[in-house]
Design a protein around this ligand. Structure first.
Ligand code: NAP
Ligand code: G3P
Length: 485
């Protein structure tokens, strides 16, 4: 679809009013591959005047789009899903080079996104509203009826993170447009080529001009102008807690959906199936080099468990394939950039210097951090609390279930937790006390499947993502009350 994919001299344009337009800004941002340092292409740092023009265009498009039939809106999602499937290989190749995600996971992200769009269309058809009769309330009358429908909010600003540039853009765009909104997409700069490809998919699927427009440019430069623009009616943001809290400080009365950072704990009890726990912890902690908000980012367990679990983990970690994302079976790939690798390396150094026991890993080659596990991490160490967004995992030893809950809840984050046990009563006892959005029982922490509610509390976010929940978040009830004589 995109000719000359990853053409180093290609200047990627922005989608505006159904066309790909060049910015007047002569400021180009070069997108280099974290895999091999090659120049993949250039994107334009749009000007504030162009942001004004873009948002104005989406607001004009909103007038007719909100009147479009639900059937027509859903048909575009189905068509976009088909195009994603048809172009999954090309999109995955681009994404792999752009965000250093292993090829298999890139293909999975594109296919998952196609499924998400179909499920979004199907779900929207079931959210037609309701009719209420007054007499169901004491003293109410049969002659009073309320017809409740759902109305779009207007123009949604969708801001996506680097680690899922396609899925976490579409998980905003799909529910937003099916609800009748228009969307301005601000893609992650590293990931913008993949996200622009997605925009072209929607364009080719027949999305009317202006319903989806894109704005490329560094969030640190254009982000505040976008987030405070008077033309924006809703902000749907996924990214770091730091940026999310910054946006929230600016948003005034604009409703927000924030999916932010995490420090998901895997609590392993003495009766746990340790093979199940180990397999899930490894997949949860090290997939995509730990660059998932829902990665397992700490193990909390007892001495009796740790002494048996650690050898299992060590063997599995040392069998993880390290390499470039195009290699078959690779799990650990170079991190997204040098700054991220430096940060992770700093956490490793702090843990070592503070007396944690290095079980395996702890080294770096370029921006590749070798999968690392520390035992005896204590609450005075940075690694106990900070989000590495890299393949380094601390094990914290406790002496009771209540101490495990206390340490889990002491985190500023509250995205997800896992509990590994064969005792359903203990699982529920712990799950009910954990201050998180989701508790996984005997499974790694993860967002999918995408129709499940996905939310963070505390510093992990506000509002709820997940297909039905996203549609609800980006729409509102409208009541028309009939008063019969
Ligand atoms: P990030 O640095 O916060 O960036 C996220 C998005 O925000 C990017 O598009 C970025 O643009 C943009 N941005 C940056 N500054 C902005 C500003 N002042 N105003 C508006 N937008 C701004 O996060 P990331 O590095 O892409 O992703 C990693 C982080 O996101 C981790 O903390 C991870 O836990 C979190 N995350 C959470 C979830 C979840 O569902 N809870 C999912 C994925 C990631 P640029 O790219 O141009 O900087
Ligand atoms: O960090 C992205 C977040 O949405 C994780 O998704 O499906 O890998 O748990 P998933």
């Amino acid at each position: 679809m995109f000719t000359n994919l990853c053409c180093k001299n290609k200047i990627y344009k922005n989608l505006y009013n159904g066309h790909w337009i060049e910015s007047n800004s002569n400021k180009l941002i070069e997108i280099f591959s974290p895999v091999d340092g090659s120049l993949l292409g250039k994107v334009q740092a749009m000007t504030t005047e162009e942001v004004d023009m873009t948002i104005k265009n989406t607001k004009e498009a909103f007038i007719s789009w909100k009147e479009t039939s639900l059937s027509d809106r859903t048909e575009i999602l189905y068509k976009a899903a088909d195009l994603l499937d048809e172009n999954s290989e090309e999109m995955a190749t681009l994404m792999m080079m752009e965000i250093s995600k292993d090829k298999k996971s890139c293909v999975s992200e594109v296919v998952r996104t196609a499924d998400l769009l179909r499920f979004t269309a199907d779900t929207a058809k079931t959210m037609q509203g309701e009719a209420l009769v007054g007499d169901s309330f004491p003293g109410g009358s049969k002659s009073k009826m309320s017809f409740v429908s759902r109305e779009p909010l207007g123009t949604v600003l969708a801001i996506a993170p680097f680690n899922y540039p396609v899925n976490l853009s579409a998980s905003k765009i799909g529910p937003a447009i099916v609800a009748g909104n228009t969307v301005v997409l601000k893609p992650p700069t590293q990931g913008s080529l993949s996200a622009l490809y997605l925009a072209e998919i929607f364009n080719k699927a027949g999305l009317p001009a202006g319903v989806l427009n894109t704005v490329t440019g560094r969030g640190s430069e254009i982000g505040d102008y976008l987030a405070t623009h008077p033309g924006i009616n809703f902000i749907n943001f996924t990214g770091s807690t730091e940026v999310g809290q910054h946006i929230a400080s600016l948003s005034k009365m604009i409703p927000l959906l924030l999916e932010l950072g995490g420090k998901d704990a895997a609590i392993v009890l003495e009766d746990a199936n340790l093979e199940t726990a180990a397999t899930n912890i490894i997949n949860g902690a090290y997939s995509y080099s730990g660059q998932r908000c829902t990665a397992v980012k700490r193990i909390i367990t007892f001495d009796s468990v740790a002494d048996k679990l650690i050898p299992l983990l060590k063997e599995k970690i040392e069998n993880l394939k390290v390499g470039n994302p195009d290699e078959e079976g690779v799990v650990i790939t170079p991190l997204i950039d040098n700054k991220s690798a430096d940060y992770v390396e700093g956490l490793i150094k702090d843990a070592k210097d503070s007396g944690a026991t290095l079980i395996t890993g702890g080294t770096r080659k370029g921006n590749t951090i070798y999968p690392t596990l520390f035992d005896n991490v204590t609450t005075d160490m940075r690694l106990a609390w900070e989000e590495p967004f890299g393949p380094v995992l601390p094990l914290i030893r406790v002496s009771s279930i209540d101490e495990a809950i206390e340490i889990a809840n002491k985190s500023e984050y509250g995205l997800q937790s896992s509990v590994f046990t064969q005792d359903i009563d203990k699982a529920f006892y712990i799950a009910k006390k954990l201050e998180v959005g989701t508790v996984q029982v005997n499974n790694k922490t993860e967002r999918g499947p995408d129709h499940f509610p996905f939310l963070g509390v505390k510093s992990s976010g506000m509002g709820t993502q997940g297909i039905k929940y996203s549609i609800e978040s980006m729409s509102r009830p409208k009541a028309i009350v009939l008063n019969l004589k």
